[in-house]
Design a protein around this ligand. Structure first.
Ligand code: C5P
Length: 226
């Protein structure tokens, strides 16, 4: 049974994977399906929250009772998340945000030229949205959570990442060729800035979502009396 423990709260969840455009028809992307972020949004809505889901290129249908903002690139995702985070009690960054984007966007389709080697692709850094929100905390008492996909020494890397990002919670999952991305199930450890470690056994992405909201709910400041 789901407790309505998020009634009166506004939460923001990012989901999916960003696409960094090269030209009007091409992009650099990743394999994120959006399933974990959508599960987080559904579970938060079921627990009574007002939910803004910032969705990057997911093929999933809009969950019922959730405000969905669709975005493409990391810069678009940043704008939408920053705007929605202004009055949010919690922000969960589940989206796979590209660390880099092409330095130049060609407004016309890039053409191959006969007998010519291709131009090298120059990339520039994208802003770290999770770190920005964690540092700015537009609303007092706001809880910020992120995800980290690690391929080896997941916990040690996760601890270091939690500190660098400055968030309250970091969900660490091990990824591999067939693990996590696009899968229905997930296995993770949720690290807290307070030193806590909450293992979540292999299971549906909803189960991990429930644990994330449990950990957020217990960290939220009390709602003012009516
Ligand atoms: O540094 P790394 O990409 O592993 O961090 C993953 C976490 O940081 C995720 O929560 C992701 O949504 C967030 N992130 C971000 N902005 C970026 C890169 C990652 O908010 N440019």
């Amino acid at each position: 049974g789901t407790a309505p423990d998020l009634v009166g709260r506004h939460v923001v969840v990012s989901a999916g994977g960003t696409r960094e455009p090269l030209d009007p028809v091409r992009f650099l992307g990743n394999r994120s399906s959006g399933k974990q972020g959508y599960a987080l949004a559904r579970v938060a809505a079921a627990r009574g929250a007002r939910v803004t889901l910032v969705s990057a290129n997911s093929a999933l249908p809009d969950p019922a009772g959730v405000d969905v903002v669709r975005v493409g690139s990391a810069l678009e995702l940043r704008e939408a998340v920053t705007k929605a985070a202004g009055d949010a009690d919690a922000v969960v960054m589940a989206a796979a945000v590209a660390d880099f984007r092409p330095a130049v966007y060609a407004t016309g389709k890039i053409k191959k030229k006969d007998d010519q080697e291709p131009e090298p692709l120059t990339l520039v850094r994208n802003p770290d949205i999770l770190a920005e929100i964690s540092a700015s905390r537009p609303r007092p008492g706001q809880i910020v959570a992120g995800f980290a996909a690690e391929t080896d020494e997941a916990l040690a890397h996760g601890r270091a990442k939690l500190a660098t990002k400055g968030c309250d919670l970091l969900v660490v999952n091990e990824v591999g060729e067939s693990k996590t991305f696009g899968a229905e199930e997930n296995e993770a450890v949720v690290l807290g800035a307070d030193g806590s470690e909450t293992p979540v056994p292999y299971g549906p992405k909803e189960m991990l979502a429930e644990t994330v909201w449990d950990l957020i709910a217990e960290r939220l400041p009390e709602l003012p009396e009516e």
